[in-house]
Design a protein around this ligand. Structure first.
Ligand code: GLN
Length: 288
C-alpha cells in the first residue's frame, strides 16, 4: 500500500471515531511511524510503505480512535520550539502555556532564580532555562512519576550536565512543603479546573491525563490561594509571581494576588483572546 493510501485509511478511521483533527492526526502518526517529514504526503504520496511500518500505523490509528492522546502514542510534545517527553503521568504541554513562558521571559534576567510550582513535564522551567543564561531553577511536583519525566526532559533539553545542584533541582512535595529559600521568580500552571467540570472535558483529557494536574477544587481556585500565600514567604522583595489561569479566572485570581500583597497585578490574554496569565510583583518588605 502507498503512503497516501495509508493516510487516507487512517484519517477515515479517525473521522469515523469522531476525532476533531482526524486529517492532522492521521498525517502526524504516519510521519512518526515512517520517520518522514510534513511534505512527504504531497511530494511522495505514491511511495510504498513497508509492511512492518504499515502494521505499526494501523495499531496506532486504532489506539488513537479509542481517544488515546496523540502525544501518548508518539511520546513527545513540542513546546517553545523544544521536544518534551510526555506520558500519562504529566499534563501534555499546551500551546496556551507558551504565553506564560513568554511573559516570564520578558522579565527574566541572566542569573535569576526561578521556582516552578507543579512542574509536571518540566516544560515551563526547562524552556525558561533554555532561553536564558546563568539562571537557576527548582521544579516542584507532588508526583514522583512526573518528576521522573521532568528529570528526563532536563537531560534532553539542557544536556547531560544539568545535574549541577545549583543550576536545576527537581523536588517532590505538596506545594511549598519542602521548599527552602527565596526566589526572584515563581511561576506556576497549577490545576485550575473546577471539580464539577472535569467530567465534561474531552475523553483524551478526562481519561488519559492525570486528574491531579487538572482538578483545582470546588471553585477551581484552591491552588491559587495556597500558591499566593506560599509565594509571600518564598519571593525576594520585588520578586514576581506568574500564574496560568482559566479563561474565566482573571478577576478572581487578580483579587487574590492583590489581597496577598502583590502590586502591579496584570492579566494577559492568549492568542485566542482569552485571559490566560496573571502576574504581579511582591511589594518590597512584604515577604515574611
Ligand atoms: N488548560 C488545561 C486544559 O485544557 C488545564 C490546565 C490546568 O488545569 N492547569 O485542560
Amino acid at each position: 500500500m502507498t503512503y497516501r493510501e495509508y493516510y487516507e485509511t487512517g484519517r477515515a478511521v479517525l473521522a469515523e471515531a469522531g476525532i476533531a483533527e482526524a486529517d492532522l492526526d492521521a498525517r502526524l502518526l504516519l510521519e512518526f511511524v515512517c520517520h518522514t517529514e510534513r511534505n512527504t504526503l504531497l511530494a511522495h504520496g505514491e511511495r510504498e510503505v513497508d509492511a512492518r511500518q504499515g502494521k505499526h500505523y494501523r495499531t496506532l490509528i486504532a489506539e488513537r480512535a479509542k481517544r488515546i492522546p496523540l502525544q501518548h502514542l508518539t511520546g513527545v510534545q513540542e513546546f517553545m520550539g523544544l521536544d518534551f517527553k510526555v506520558n500519562e503521568h504529566v499534563l501534555i504541554p499546551r500551546q496556551d502555556t507558551e504565553i506564560l513562558v513568554e511573559e516570564v521571559l520578558r522579565y527574566l534576567h541572566d542569573g535569576m532564580s526561578i521556582l516552578d510550582m507543579c512542574t509536571g513535564s518540566g516544560c515551563i522551567l526547562l524552556s525558561l532555562l533554555h532561553y536564558s543564561n546563568g539562571c537557576s531553577g527548582v521544579g516542584v511536583d507532588i508526583s514522583e512519576e512526573a518528576l521522573d519525566v521532568a528529570g528526563q526532559n532536563a537531560v534532553r533539553i539542557l544536556g547531560p550536565g544539568f545535574g549541577l545542584p545549583d543550576h536545576i533541582v527537581f523536588q517532590q512535595g505538596d506545594l511549598f512543603e519542602q521548599v527552602e529559600g527565596k526566589f526572584e521568580i515563581i511561576v506556576s500552571n497549577p490545576p485550575y479546573i473546577e471539580s464539577a467540570v472535569i467530567h465534561t472535558l474531552m475523553p483524551e483529557v478526562r481519561l488519559h491525563e492525570p486528574v491531579e494536574a487538572l482538578d483545582g477544587g470546588e471553585d477551581g481556585l484552591e491552588f491559587y490561594r495556597r500558591i499566593i500565600s506560599g509565594s509571600r514567604r518564598h519571593l525576594t522583595g520585588g520578586g514576581m509571581l506568574f500564574l496560568e489561569i482559566g479563561y474565566n479566572q482573571g478577576e478572581a485570581v487578580s483579587l487574590l494576588m492583590e489581597k496577598g500583597g502583590f502590586s502591579d497585578v496584570t492579566v494577559v490574554k492568549d492568542y485566542g483572546g482569552q485571559n490566560r496569565v496573571v502576574y504581579g510583583t511582591m511589594v518590597s518588605g512584604q515577604g515574611l
